[in-house]
Design a protein around this ligand. Structure first.
Ligand SMILES: [Zn+2]
Length: 293
């Protein structure tokens, strides 16, 4: 079963982070523009951790301090010190003037503008962090769901769907890597649904399931349910009326094959539920972010 909406949501998730990165790049340039390159400047820095992670690039704040005479020939060295709270390093009224922003006549206006820019940027970084975390949770839920798929297909070689080379050779570009992680979850959901369809059809063929009138069905809303067919309700024509149940194992008592099928299906349904919940939370977050900024 293909699901274009899920695909679109996966794209939105990866794109939302790329979108925030663009904004952060612009913010960083603006913050730089409003401060002369001199001792006391507070700037936004970005760096790649080199750990092949979903969160690259990472952001941090640097305070540039002049160290006179540090370099050969008595020249001044500018060193960047990492700071956690950039707003604390801006000049404040009544304070000793150490920042270049305070050195000229426009200083008060500049400082206020910098405060606005920096606190806005901090909020963007926080939002981005929560989005990367959501994507990371999705990736872990996806790994667990894939493991459930492997358990459920004994005898078959761990098969790789066509075009799924993401695991073998991770894309270098962080944006491509995030996109691959999101789309991989969509693929896993499709594979789980295919596997459940096959189990549902196998189960119908077992005598025990027929006797217990047990079926695994997918509803119009793409939800999987266990049902028994009830002939007592419904019309005179004895049209079976499906009744949803939660204890499918009891309906196939005594039939090892049918019971094994039910167990496999339940494991897959659990993995599917967890993956969908994580995916829905992550994409809700991403649409909220794109809506806000
Ligand atoms: Zn990184």
């Amino acid at each position: 079963m293909t699901c274009p909406t899920r695909r679109e949501r996966a794209l939105a998730l990866a794109n939302a982070i790329a979108y925030l990165d663009q904004r952060l790049k612009r913010r960083g340039a603006e913050i730089r523009k409003f401060q002369p390159k001199a001792s006391g400047a507070v700037l936004l820095e970005s760096y790649d951790c080199g750990k092949n992670c979903l969160g690259c690039a990472h952001y941090r704040w640097g305070l540039w301090i002049a160290h006179p005479g540090r370099w050969p020939g008595g020249r001044t060295a500018f060193l960047c010190h990492r700071v956690r709270y950039p707003l604390r390093h801006l000049p404040r009224p009544g304070r000793r003037r150490t920042s270049p922003a305070a050195a000229d006549e426009e200083a008060p206006g500049r400082v206020i503008l910098l405060q606005v820019l920096i606190s806005e940027t901090q909020s963007l970084i926080r939002t981005r962090t929560s989005l990367v975390r959501a994507l990371d949770r999705l990736r872990r839920a996806n790994a667990a769901a894939k493991a459930a798929l492997q358990v459920n297909t004994p005898g078959t070689a761990p098969h790789r769907p066509v075009g799924a080379t993401a695991d073998a050779r991770p894309p270098i570009d962080p944006q491509a890597r995030r996109l691959a992680a999101a789309l991989d979850a969509v693929r896993t959901l499709e594979r789980i649904d295919q596997r459940l369809l096959a189990i549902a059809s196998d189960l119908r063929k077992t005598p025990a399931a027929r006797r217990g009138r047990l079926q695994l069905r997918q509803t119009a809303a793409a939800r999987w349910v266990w049902v028994t067919l009830d002939y007592t309700h419904g019309s005179r024509l004895r049209v079976p009326h499906p009744v949803e149940i939660t204890d499918p194992g009891r309906r196939v008592h005594g039939d090892e094959h049918a019971r094994a099928l039910v167990r496999k299906a339940r494991r897959l349904l659990d993995a599917r539920r967890r993956l969908i919940t994580t995916f829905a939370n992550a994409s809700r977050l991403s649409s909220r972010i794109v809506g806000r900024y």
